[in-house]
Design a protein around this ligand. Structure first.
Ligand code: NAD
Length: 496
């Protein structure tokens, strides 16, 4: 961070682009090579308060909440159209901020457009319901109303995707919001606010503050004028946010980390299972909350499977966003790479054997924050590498000999975000998928998701669900209205 009188107008507050009140700025670098990507304003706690006040005023004015739901949906559909039209610009910005490959960033932009399209289409589909109150003279109905001002705090791994899972349903329901993206990856969130601005969203409905968790995220989590805080990020931050929100009995939605088991039975399609075990653990350098970094494999095929996995992992090419040969990218920062390095070292100290990786790549990777695809075998259940979310390209391997043991291992984690089962037996697939205590289960696949289906975690992977119709629930309150059309004396308290 630095002081700069020329701070750029990259905060969006009350319908205007403004610089930070302190003039402080932050330089964003591409983690693939450390080159400067841009300079943005660094908001103060006071700027955050101003944004919250603007969101509150906009909500109290009621302009957006009283806009017909069909029109709110139309605006979201227009956002999707704009994302398609400006896809190259958005994908390039995302790739530069995160260091991920351009082709992955392009895929993210398609998913983001699909999310806006989904909520655009269902914005008017869930207005409420009539209830049979058991009395023909009574009209009893449940209506849904926007929750109010939403604070949104998002991570750096899928910056705009995670933001879109919050912005689209929040706007569909008629809320106003203040969003804080990760301080390391602000650019696509700036761009989406530009889209909302140009589409004419009323001033104050959408607000953007850039900055770190302590200065900007903390007030969003505790401010009395914020009705809901929706957070995606790590478990420790989730705990801090839940604690900060508790005194105000603020509604909290948490999408946290995972330690996701990828369970492979001996009867699985071997080639497909190996190939997808690589995708599960190493896609996007394992920087996916649902990454299948805990390989749980049937003993009888373990040796052959791991040999093949290791050999293919060694062939994965790391590189920057625009390197056409690259198959995966860097971690987000030097500090993050140190964390992954320490995580692997602690796993090895606790008895795991390093089969491949455990290094920062060759000299060509020195300018960026790379970490080579890594496989740890011989992992005990209490090895820290098995217990903790490493959040890097590191697969740990455990073996089982019975279905019950596979289920037990796969559920022996405080997390519960996602997992997979590989088998050619539909009975096994059905039993195991139902027994796993995780919010998403893939059978003979890994990673696909659709915005129509709910996403979220059991146990310490979170509270609530994003996506699907349930994604709307986070952003609205149910109200019961009971009308007696034939008012009468109840006689409960007799006249004296
Ligand atoms: P993080 O928790 O470090 O940061 C996330 C956001 O919280 C950032 O914007 C950060 O500035 C902010 N923050 C930090 N401290 C704060 C505080 N005290 N109060 C308020 N805000 C604060 O997470 P990260 O490193 O950016 O992202 C990686 C994590 O996110 C991983 O654990 C990953 O599993 C998780 N994640 C989960 C999902 C999901 O859908 N469940 C999706 C993506 C990422």
């Amino acid at each position: 961070m630095s002081d700069n009188a020329q701070a750029p107008a990259t905060l969006y507050i009350d319908g205007r682009w403004v610089p930070s009140s302190s003039g402080e700025t932050r330089t964003i670098v591409c983690p693939a090579d450390g080159t400067e990507v841009g300079v943005v304003s660094e908001a103060t706690a006071a700027d955050t308060e101003v944004a919250i006040a603007a969101a509150r005023r906009a909500f109290e004015r009621g302009e957006w909440a009283s806009t017909p739901a069909v029109e709110r949906g139309d605006l979201l559909l227009s956002v999707a159209d704009e994302l398609v039209r400006r896809k190259d610009e958005f994908a390039r910005a995302e790739a530069l901020d995160t260091g991920k490959r351009l082709v992955e960033a392009e895929g993210d932009m398609d998913d983001i457009a699909a999310c806006f399209r989904f909520y655009g289409k269902i914005a008017d589909q869930h207005p409420g319901r009539l209830v049979d109150a058991g009395d023909p003279s009574v009209i009893s109905k449940v209506v849904y109303e926007p929750i109010g001002v939403c604070g949104m705090i998002t991570p750096w791994n899928f910056p705009l995707l995670q933001a879109s899972w919050k912005i689209a349903p929040a706007l569909a329901c008629g809320n106003s919001f203040v969003i804080k993206p990760s301080e390391m990856t602000p650019h696509t969130t700036i761009l989406i606010l530009d889209v909302l601005d140009k589409l004419g969203l009323p001033a104050g409905v959408a607000n953007l503050v850039l900055g770190d968790g302590k200065t900007v995220g903390a007030p969003l989590s505790s401010h009395p004028d914020v009705d809901l805080v929706s957070f995606t990020g790590g478990l420790a931050t989730g705990r801090a946010i839940a604690a900060a929100a508790a005194p105000g009995i603020k509604k909290v939605a948490l999408e946290l980390g995972g330690k996701n088991p990828n369970v492979v039975f001996a009867d699985a399609d071997f080639e497909a299972a190996v190939d997808n075990a690589l995708n599960a653990g190493f896609l996007d350098s394992g920087l996916v909350c649902s990454a299948g970094t805990r390989l749980v494999i049937e003993e009888s095929i373990a040796e052959r499977f791991v040999d093949e996995l290791v050999s293919r992992a060694e062939g994965i090419v790391m590189g920057g966003p625009f390197d056409e040969k690259a198959e995966t990218g860097p971690l987000i920062s030097a500090a993050h790479r140190d964390k992954v390095t320490d995580y692997v070292e602690r796993g090895v100290s606790a008895g795991a054997t390093l089969r491949t990786g455990g290094n920062w790549g060759g000299p060509e990777h020195e300018k960026g924050f790379f970490y080579a695809p890594t496989v740890l075998v011989g992992c005990d259940r209490d090895n820290p590498a098995v217990i903790e979310e490493g959040f890097g390209p590191v697969i740990t391997v455990e073996t089982f000999s019975t279905e019950a043991e596979a289920i037990e291992i796969a559920n022996s984690t405080e997390y519960g975000l996602a997992g997979a089962v590989w088998t050619s037996d539909s009975g096994t697939a059905n039993r195991v998928s139902r027994a796993l205590r995780h919010g998403t289960i893939w059978i003979n696949d890994y990673h696909p998701y659709v915005p129509q289906a709910e996403w979220g975690g059991f146990k310490m992977s979170g509270i609530g669900r994003e996506l699907g119709p349930t994604g709307l629930e986070e952003y609205r309150e149910a109200k019961h209205i009971y009308e007696n059309t034939e008012p009468a004396v109840s006689g409960w308290f007799p006249k004296k």
